[in-house]
Design a protein around this ligand. Structure first.
Ligand SMILES: O=P(O)(O)O[C@H]1O[C@H](CO)[C@@H](O)[C@H]1O
Ligand SMILES: O=c1cc[nH]c(=O)[nH]1
Length: 258
């Protein structure tokens, strides 16, 4: 049991600073943008890659905290948030495409994540699947549909090297990167990003709820197979709105169960 005044080592927050519900973007620059959707949001802390704001949705305390890029910082952030009382997390991120049929701008809601990250392997062996919370996934899908956003559910690759995804040919380990990418494609994976597998594994181990919504910002597979030219979408608001509306419904349902 932690002391109620104890500041967490990395996020520099204590019990009461954050809500039970937390939205988790990767980019610290996205935090205030998301916090603008909360009632009475206030900046709480900034330390390392962790920018933290807290406000309210449906009368419940809700926080927004950036995780930075990659599994190690995401896992540390999630662990420390759990230690001070958070138990429900929605990652709001961006991803690249694997499935050529998906247009940039599509919202991807992972139903599972390929565990290419290193951090999750220091929690539980790779045979254990990285899956999000079913109720949160259902809420995200329903919110995205209701808002009229094009979305796709499926498996995402989560790796540690961004440039291993984008320039595999210049890596000494290219034989593995390229073969695995083709395997994921053949098996029907839809997108590639860097944090969800770690977040899902750490959440399973900590017995907390977690899911993700991602903006598909660019799909090189589509550019290559359909000659579309470069198409990049950067507007993250649909992913934020989807996560916020989903969370509103989760909070409302949680209140009914209490
Ligand atoms: O947009 P965010 O949440 O940072 O997510 C994606 O973007 C970063 C790489 O550009 C990685 O963190 C990846 O997972
Ligand atoms: O292609 C992409 C886009 C965002 N994030 C990634 O990890 N890959």
């Amino acid at each position: 049991m932690i002391n109620k005044d104890q500041l967490m080592h990395h996020i520099k927050c204590k019990v009461g600073d954050v809500g039970k519900y937390v939205l988790l973007p990767g980019d610290p620059g996205r935090v205030s943008k998301i916090a603008a959707y909360l009632d009475d949001a206030k900046h709480v802390q900034t330390n390392r890659e962790y920018e933290i704001w807290t406000g309210y949705l449906e009368g419940e305390k809700v926080s927004v905290m950036s995780t930075g890029m990659g599994g190690p910082s995401a896992a540390i952030g999630l662990e420390e948030l759990k230690m001070i009382g958070a138990d429900t997390f929605i990652r709001i991120g961006t991803c690249g495409g694997i499935d050529p049929s998906l247009e940039p701008g599509t919202l991807i809601i992972p139903t599972g994540a390929i565990r290419k990250d290193g951090t999750g392997k220091e929690y539980v062996p790779v045979e254990f699947p990285a899956v999000p919370d079913f109720e949160l996934v259902t809420a995200l899908k329903a919110a995205s549909d209701k808002l009229g956003y094009t979305n796709a559910l499926g498996i995402v690759e989560c790796k540690d090297s961004y440039y291993g995804q984008h320039s595999p040919e210049r890596m000494p380990v290219k034989y593995e990167l390229q073969q695995k990418w083709e395997a994921w494609k053949m098996a029907g994976a839809i997108g590639s990003e860097m944090e969800s597998s770690t977040l899902f594994i750490v959440s399973s181990v900590l017995r907390v709820r977690c899911a993700t919504v991602l903006l598909l910002c660019r799909n090189r597979e589509r550019e290559d197979s359909m000659n579309t030219g470069l198409v990049r979408v950067t507007e993250i608001a649909p992913a934020i709105e989807t996560a916020v509306n989903a969370l509103r419904n989760v909070i409302t349902n949680d209140k009914k169960i209490k």
